[in-house]
Design a protein around this ligand. Structure first.
Ligand code: PGA
Ligand code: ZN
Length: 431
């Protein structure tokens, strides 16, 4: 037993320049843990609420109320508790807020505290965080297969194109290092192509190239050209992954692609994706339909579940019960795990375990508003969940996560890299 002696929240700033919550947990032996809350832009309706101050200052995004939760009730409840019992600590936090989406304390207050406790426990156990996670949750640690954004869109690029993430995966790589090398080549090939077309205009929120395209499909065509220009055969070592984030452009059951002035129902939306899946080497699709379009998600999974990884983000919001429902409905076959959607580490791990039990994939993910916090590199590796999504291949709030995996690789061993295993049920593995 090692007691917590202090819990302190402070205001720091995220990658978009917005205020966010950092928490320090101090232990009786002087050791400590620290973590920072990230922030989403394309948020799921059912995810934990970030408590913001409102008003005109800081665009209403102040975090004084969330800090008051940390330094008030949360600090009071956790001080004196044992750092070695993450579940009890998370339960104590949950006991302070009976609302379904943590709107009283704020998900930003709870996630920073919960993750800081995890860091404190690892320090106390004199273990790297990934090792502590693996030991605590009885998992086999492994370096994940990254999903890396090449073009950013949707809410991360002021709606310049409708689709949110145009990403690559390198399932044919034999090491994490190799993934980084291939990604560098593809990322800069894409930049060269944009420059040649006179369409190079900086980067979007997660570091992917700004999407100066005339249609959503032009982004896909350009991505394939970039993969080829990097000397790769698309669909072999390198595949495409998309986050449609369809909830962002769906209203009353109608999907509206503003860039193309095109509107369709759920079944036409699925047909459009069918054409893309046929024409491009796409191995994974996240949120292909709206978070409320259950029939659409079931239909999409029925049609493509045996060839694609179908990832629920807004649709499942890192909620174990929603994952269990998705398994029962046969909607999706993988879950995106964002700790701040759940609000605590324990709930996030429960979500991962629910998915794993059903043979689903699991992708630990960053948010579009990030910081120097590297907890998710350790979580993904420690849980051995198989995949990690942190945005693109520029901007330090992204690179810090990839680089942390390289440091973990030195301790854990390059041979633990999972390679294409997470895509085992897709056309990529079956070809
Ligand atoms: P967000 O988007 O962090 O802006 O919500 C990330 C995602 O949709 O995966
Ligand atoms: Zn998403």
């Amino acid at each position: 037993m090692t007691k917590i002696t202090a819990v302190k929240g402070r205001r720091v700033w995220d990658s978009r320049g917005n205020p966010t919550v950092e928490v320090d947990i101090t232990l009786e032996n002087g050791l400590m843990g620290r973590a920072i809350a990230p922030a989403g832009a394309s948020r799921g309706l059912r995810e934990a609420i970030d408590l913001r101050d409102g008003g005109s200052a800081l665009s209403g995004k102040g975090v004084d109320k969330a800090l008051a939760s940390v330094n008030g009730p949360i600090a009071q409840a956790l001080t004196g508790m044992d750092i070695e019992d993450q579940k009890a600590l998370d339960d104590a936090i949950l006991g302070l807020d009976s609302s379904p989406m943590k709107e009283n304390l704020g998900g930003n207050a709870t996630v920073a505290t919960s993750l800081a406790c995890l860091h404190g426990a690892a320090a106390n156990a004199k273990k790297a965080l990934w090792r502590h996670v693996a030991d605590t949750y009885d998992c086999t640690p492994a370096l994940p297969l990254p999903e890396i954004q090449i073009f950013g869109g949707g809410a991360h690029a002021s709606g310049r194109v409708d689709i949110q993430d145009f990403m690559i995966m390198v399932p044919g790589a034999s090491s994490f290092d190799e993934v980084m090398e291939v990604t560098n080549e593809v990322y800069f090939a894409a930049g060269d192509i944009m420059a040649q077309k006179g369409k190079l205009a900086g980067v979007a929120d997660e570091g992917g190239w700004w999407p100066m395209f005339d249609s959503n499909e032009e982004a896909l065509e350009t991505l394939v050209s970039a993969i080829e220009k990097a000397g790769e055969k698309p669909g072999k070592r390198v595949v495409i992954s998309l986050d449609i984030a369809a909830s962002e452009f769906c209203e009353n059951g109608r999907y509206r692609l503003a860039l193309e002035d095109r509107e369709m129902d759920s079944s036409a939306m699925i047909d459009m994706l069918d054409k893309w899946i046929t024409d491009y080497p796409i191995a994974a699709i996240e949120d292909p339909v709206d978070e409320g379009d259950k029939e659409g998600m079931i239909e999409f999974t029925r049609r493509f579940g045996d060839k694609l990884q179908i990832i629920g983000d807004d649709y499942l919001v890192t909620n174990a019960k929603l994952v269990e429902q998705g398994i029962a409905d046969n909607a999706c076959n993988a879950v995106l795990v964002k700790v701040n959607q759940a609000g605590t580490v324990s709930e996030s791990v429960d979500t991962f375990k629910a998915a794993q039990k059903a043979g689903w994939g699991a992708v630990v993910s960053a948010r579009s508003g990030e910081t120097e916090d590297v907890s998710i590199s350790h979580l993904s590796t420690g849980l051995g969940c198989g995949q990690l999504k942190v945005g693109s291949f520029t901007r330090s709030e992204r690179m810090v996560k990839w680089n942390e995996c390289l440091r973990i690789q030195d301790e854990l061993g390059a041979d633990t890299f999972v390679g294409g295993a997470p895509l085992k049920n897709t056309w990529w593995a079956k070809q």
